[in-house]
Write a new protein. Structure first.
Length: 267
């Protein structure tokens, strides 16, 4: 595992979290939201965790092009996620809702985020080293871009209960624990106490940013069969989210519900 990257990410995230807590109330107010309990939490966890993870990626081990791809995917996805956090309206939701609004000529913040994360995923995929050339390379870039963007969006879809997205991102990073994935794990570990304690949440910025770095790590490190399996699962879950409530599915499955409750406040 990339211990240096993980340690740097955890230390940077913890330091930035302390600095964010000292911001004047008027500066923190735009990031305050109401969680599932009706309590006020801050979305500052998102930019803090993404910046911490990016610091870990930069300091950690790994090939230069993989680092560059992870830095690009994480920073752009985090930035457009932050834009959606601060400027987004809650009336329009999901791929279908934002794309339908786009067809009507309405550019929602969610559509900006979808396009931004998608473009970042493709650009990051194009940076990754690969052996194939020509049409084969193009096909791989499109598939890797879909995996990166899809993982970023899936992390965001899971950020509906304390710690859920962080647990999923950490689990997804386990098979490729070196390089960028180690930085994500470090940032997730440092963010967990506040997230599980329901004082903060990742928001679109944190979930999209950390998810994009995780997706980049998967695209760069998994052998092709496992990568295709991961892509299939990510696409299927993203599509299922348009019809199914993940929270209801998790609550209805004793094993998933037990994992979901780990470290959280009692119901």
């Amino acid at each position: 595992m990339g211990l240096v990257g993980a340690v740097v990410a955890a230390a940077a995230t913890a330091g930035l979290e302390r600095a964010a807590a000292k911001l004047p109330k008027e500066n923190r107010a735009p990031f305050e939201r109401t969680n599932h309990r009706g309590e006020t939490v801050t979305l500052l966890e998102g930019p803090v965790a993404v910046l911490g993870a990016l610091a870990g990626v930069a300091a950690g081990s790994g090939k230069g092009r993989v680092k560059a791809a992870a830095l690009l995917a994480g920073s752009v996805s985090g930035a457009v996620g932050a834009y959606d956090d601060l400027a987004g309206a809650t009336e329009t939701k999901g791929f279908r809702g934002h794309l339908s609004a786009l067809k009507r000529g309405e550019v929602t913040s969610g559509a900006v985020k979808i396009l931004g994360v998608g473009a970042a995923g493709l650009a990051a995929a194009a940076l990754l080293p690969r052996k194939s050339r020509g049409f084969g390379a193009l096909t791989e870039i499109v598939a890797d871009g879909a995996l990166i963007a899809g993982t970023a969006n899936l992390a965001n879809l899971l950020d509906l209960r304390p710690g859920r997205a962080l647990k999923a991102i950490t689990a997804a990073s386990a098979p490729v624990a070196g390089g960028p994935a180690a930085a994500v794990v470090g940032a997730a570990v440092a963010s967990a106490p506040s997230d599980l304690g329901e004082r903060s949440m990742l928001g679109d910025c944190g979930a999209n940013g950390l998810g994009a770095i995780t997706g980049t790590a998967l695209a760069a490190s998994l052998p092709r069969p496992l990568k295709m399996l991961a892509l299939t699962a990510v696409v299927a879950l993203n599509l299922a989210s348009e019809k199914v409530s993940f929270t209801k599915v998790i609550a209805g499955n004793p094993t998933l519900d037990k994992i979901d409750q780990w470290g959280r406040r009692p119901r």
